[in-house]
Design a protein around this ligand. Structure first.
Ligand code: NAD
Length: 308
């Protein structure tokens, strides 16, 4: 294990939604360790209304006052190319992109309007895609990049009243999976952070006792490490809160064949008969790639043909 200080000298980082909460901590930490930072923030309300330059400006001032380098960007992440353009104009490159900007429009499924659905998806999912898409050619050219997608336990497990948000947050896991695959050959890594932190987003949602312990500052070092050149992870999902972190995986059971022989067809009755085996997770495994999933299907067919 290296004990040298992790520095970001010569690196340019774009942190979206960096005017408050988690994004602000990411920006402050990276800047304090030598990165030149684009502090992006639209500066609207937590439900995505309005705009203001104040949020980004305050964080840029904080960084400069501490001797760091930063510029503000006030674009919505939906205009990802403009966000990345700010980095190119100010600093000539982009090495790190932390897709963090977010809003909430919590409603039960029945009460979710098209606008509630669309705006939450636009900011979280499309915004992360547009920023990533704009940063990718620069990262490919320099053969280096570190990208973070921000998911949520609301997406992984679901949460009452967050259909729009949880769908977008799980969408970000899918986006990260493919970004990690497409970036790998150019040393562009993409990982997912699943944070829980006290911010205006969780005020009044998290119990008071938890809220006070969940400082965003405690998550920033995890994200900073994921964005360092020494971090080899690509395609990892890392949950972090309260000075704790863990990797999160998908798991696939052993499964069951749904017909007695290859000559038989599958019937609902046979599915019912073997359902406990279909849903048995005692031999579950994490698969690293889509090829492993399709590869194991070939094995199932082979076994069926052989009558195993
Ligand atoms: P926050 O509200 O404090 O910060 C979000 C920032 O994003 C705000 O400053 C806001 O102005 C900015 N923003 C919103 N829409 C934007 C847009 N279109 N373009 C640019 N900036 C925009 O919230 P936070 O808790 O720090 O959340 C940061 C991220 O972490 C979000 O993606 C959120 O969904 C995610 N998250 C947070 C928690 C938590 O417990 N706080 C849990 C899971 C996921």
């Amino acid at each position: 294990m290296s004990t040298s200080t992790l520095r970001y000298d010569g690196r340019v980082a774009v942190v979206t939604g960096a005017g408050a909460g988690l994004g602000r901590e990411y920006a402050l930490l990276l800047a304090s360790r030598g990165a030149k930072v684009v502090v992006n923030d639209l500066g609207g309300t937590h439900s995505g209304e309005g705009a203001s330059q104040r949020a980004a400006d305050i964080v840029v001032d904080e960084i400069r006052a501490a001797g760091g380098e930063a510029v503000a960007d006030y674009n919505s992440v939906i205009d990802g190319s403009k966000v990345i353009e700010t980095a190119i104009k100010a600093f000539g490159r982009v090495d790190i992109l932390i897709n963090n900007a977010g809003i909430l429009r919590d409603r039960s499924i029945v009460k979710t309007s098209d606008q509630d659905w669309d705006l939450v998806h636009d900011v979280h999912l499309k915004g992360s895609f547009k920023c990533t898409q704009a940063a990718f050619p620069h990262m490919k050219k320099q053969n280096y990049g570190r990208i973070i997608m921000t998911s949520s336990n609301s997406g992984i497990y679901g949460n009452f009243g967050q259909a729009n948000y949880s769908a977008a947050k799980m969408g970000l896991v899918g986006l990260a999976n493919t970004t990690a695959i497409e970036g790998a050959k150019n040393n562009i890594h993409c990982n997912v952070i699943i944070p829980t932190a006290a911010s205006r987003m969780t005020e009044g949602i998290l119990p008071d006792m938890l809220f006070n312990e969940l400082k965003p500052k405690l998550i920033a070092p995890v994200v900073a490490y994921l964005c360092h050149e020494s971090c080899e992870d690509n395609g990892s999902y890392i949950e972090s809160a309260a000075g704790w972190a863990t990797k999160v995986h998908t798991a696939r059971g052993k499964g069951a064949v749904l017909r007695p022989t290859i000559e038989d067809t599958v019937t609902p009755e046979y599915v019912e008969k073997v359902w406990s085996k279909v849903t048995d997770m005692s031999q579950a495994k994490h698969l690293e790639a889509i090829a492993h999933a399709s590869g194991s299907l070939l094995e199932v067919l082979e076994n069926l043909k052989n009558g195993d």
